[in-house]
Design a protein around this ligand. Structure first.
Ligand code: ADP
Ligand code: MG
Length: 305
């Protein structure tokens, strides 16, 4: 199958209205009056973000969702995406069909459509560029945290890192259901897309948690010129992560990456689909306490180099 046959068979059915059936050189992102277009891009590579034998529909979901989580953390509602694919020459029709099916399901779930992309050959690598909208001037930035704010996070932290550890062969005695829960979180992130509009209404600063909770909160601290204190006993951990890592669960969970949740600062005392995990103070950097005592953690989050 040549490149154009692949595009016509598997990707044209996913194309949005302004993609011209994936038969033109460029597409159009229809402007929305009174809105800013928010853009983000992420690549996933085999061995780092997924394993070659992972189910292809989950690989598709992951590359889309790691982008949707960036938009969600900015308070943006997703609309479209571009897909750049480098495929091994040995790729099968079954693989492509399952990959496209994963995209189709997520397009429905998140209300996005495909605008175009590029296809070439080489070691499997996949990039998505996603587009979303916020009312003009309302994107939630990393800067803006205020002293006295509370720090909140959506979802649970460390699940995906636990799944990766298991897939890499870390020994464990978990029941199958717990193991599957964690490996599914690694393969298919659960970004807080439906929370974006509420986040926009309450957050002073926000970041996508992708390189580790402590590391990503460090970006808010640096850009906002404040200090952040994370109260470890408040960090939401799932039962499978607690079972996997025991006494080490907190330290590992806040330093592994791949969570694709939103961490944000907002006035204290708020309730919603998120957990209060700490506060914004005068100073710099992020510290972790357990029952009021500071705990040392490895310095950095996930870094490629
Ligand atoms: P170019 O020659 O400019 O690289 P192509 O011939 O590669 O353009 O692409 C033809 C059309 O197919 C374009 O509309 C492009 O956006 C679309 N396309 C190519 N690869 C993909 C892909 N992986 N996913 C979605 N659309 C794609
Ligand atoms: Mg091309």
């Amino acid at each position: 199958m040549d490149e154009f046959a692949i595009i016509a068979k598997y990707f044209t059915p996913l194309a949005g209205e302004s993609a011209f059936g994936l038969k033109d050189d460029s597409a159009i992102v229809p402007a929305r009056a009174g809105h800013d277009l928010v853009v983000t891009t992420d690549t996933i590579a085999q061995g780092t973000d997924f394993f070659p034998a992972d189910p292809p529909d989950t690989i598709a979901q992951k590359v889309l969702r790691v982008n949707l989580s960036d938009l969600a953390a900015k308070g943006a509602v997703p609309a479209h995406y571009l897909l750049n694919l480098t495929l091994p020459r040995t790729v099968t029709q079954d693989w492509l069909a399952a990959f496209a099916d994963g995209l189709a399901r997520d397009q429905k779930e998140f209300g996005v459509s495909l605008l175009g992309g590029d296809t070439g050959t080489g070691e499997l690598s996949i990039s998505v560029t996603a587009f979303g909208f916020v009312p003009q001037g309302k994107m939630v930035k990393r800067g803006g945290a205020k002293i006295g704010d509370a720090v909140y996070v959506t979802g649970t932290i460390g699940d995906s890192g636990g799944g990766l550890a298991i897939l890499k062969g870390e020994k464990h005695a978990l029941p199958d259901a717990d193991r599957d829960y964690l490996t599914n979180r690694y393969r298919v992130p659960q970004p807080p897309v439906g929370f974006a509009q509420q986040l926009r209404a309450i957050a002073h600063a926000s970041v996508d948690v992708s390189d580790g909770l402590m590391a990503d909160l460090g970006h808010i601290a640096a850009v906002s010129h404040v200090g952040l204190v994370v109260e470890g006993e408040r960090v939401p951990l799932s039962a499978p992560v607690e079972a996997l890592w025991g006494a080490q669960a907190l330290i590992r969970a806040v330093t592994v990456g791949d969570d694709y949740q939103a961490a944000f600062t907002a006035p204290p005392g708020l309730n919603g689909p998120f957990t209060r995990i700490g506060q914004v103070v005068a100073g710099e950097g992020v510290s972790l306490t357990v029952n009021g005592r500071e705990v040392g953690i490895p310095l950095t989050g996930y870094q490629h180099f």
